[in-house]
Design a binder for this molecule. Structure first.
Ligand code: AHZ
Length: 310
């Protein structure tokens, strides 16, 4: 199994700069903050355009054949990506997130509150990514859910083998007939479109999608809602799964264990984690405790790694 560090809260970094020091300095060069005669380096507009588009289209080209696609960059999807990218720098990992801003529901702890609660042993994941917390015995509290999400996101995006396609929606799954698989089907990638395009299929014609092939798709699109539970609902309409259990009412204790333990490959090639899984298994929701999202991510990553270790 993926190893996480031992217990123990992390020392808080010391805030603020030393008195008298400039706001920040460009290494070895002039200090930024001397504004007289200040000017940026010159640029032509087309340079900016090319700097962005060349990279984006090179990424679309490179990741058209990915090793792993993660659908949804909420707390579970980002945790999955972190463990996978750290364990296997040789795998190409594409993250497809419908929203412009990755993070799903993890920018707030619950309702509109700032703090985020995680039940132990999920504090080990916080220690692994370096997020400080207050230890309350059986659970820990992160002062800002946004600190958890921004730290995790920054670490995931710093891995060279990860590409985030945000503002991009998975509209369908790529399938292959596989008579040896239960339901006779295997998932072989995803069908994508820019989210703004996906939202206008009713009033614009001829807006066909794009595709990403991958032997492993990990779906973490959250529970049913305007966007959520996307892949598992599609499994039902394509008759790969007979029906969904449907998410049940809130029971923190039952829900968190069930989501972590149940994280698995549902149909060959498709691993489901996080709250999307509650729709498959008829599991309870846990409400505003996020430990199961982080650890379901760890388990989803382990399930995927097993495929590449064969
Ligand atoms: O935008 C969605 C969000 O960022 C994204 N997403 C959904 N459908 C998509 C699609 N293509 C691409 N078709 C898609 N992206 O998936 C992300 C899901 O994040 P989330 O925070 O909703 O789900 P999670 O399972 O990671 O975390 C669930 C957090 C919850 S819900 C809950 C409760 O209701 O009781 N409790 C917790 C802790």
């Amino acid at each position: 199994p993926v190893s996480l560090p031992h217990d123990g809260a992390i020392e808080l970094p010391r805030a603020g700069t030393q008195e008298g020091a400039p706001a920040f300095e460009k290494a070895g060069d002039d200090a930024i903050g001397k504004w007289e005669g200040f000017s940026f380096e010159p640029i032509r507009e087309s340079q900016v355009s090319r700097a962005m588009t060349r990279r984006y289209f090179a990424d679309l080209d490179a990741f058209a054949e990915s090793d792993i696609v993660i659908v949804g960059a909420g707390s579970c999807g980002l945790s999955t990506a972190y463990v996978l990218a750290k364990a296997r720098g040789d795998l190409k990992i594409a993250i497809v997130e419908a929203g412009v801003a990755p993070g799903g529901g993890a920018w707030l702890g619950g309702q509109l509150f700032s703090a985020m609660v995680m039940r132990k042993p999920a504090h080990k994941f916080l220690a692994e990514i370096g997020v400080p917390y207050e230890d309350e015995g059986s659970y820990v509290v992160v002062k800002h859910a946004a600190l958890f999400t921004s730290t995790l996101l920054s670490k995931v995006l710093a891995f060279p083998n990860v590409k985030l396609f945000n503002a991009t929606t998975v509209e369908d799954l790529i399938t292959r007939r596989d008579e040896s698989a239960p339901g006779g089907v295997r998932i072989a990638g995803v069908v994508t479109n820019w989210t703004l395009v996906s939202m206008h299929h009713d009033d614009q014609s001829c807006m066909d999608p794009n595709t990403i092939n991958a032997p492993v798709v990990i779906s973490t699109t959250g529970h049913d809602g305007p966007f959520g539970a996307f892949s598992v609902k599609r499994l039902v309409t394509m008759q790969a799964v007979e029906r969904l259990g449907g998410m049940r009412g809130l029971d923190m204790n039952a829900a968190e264990d069930a989501i972590v333990k149940g994280t698995r490959e549902i149909v060959p090639g498709l691993i489901v984690g996080g709250m999307e899984l509650s729709e498959v298994d008829g599991a309870n929701r846990m409400g505003p405790t996020f430990g199961a999202m982080a650890l379901s991510g760890v388990k989803a990553a382990e399930e995927a790694l097993r495929v590449f270790e064969l």
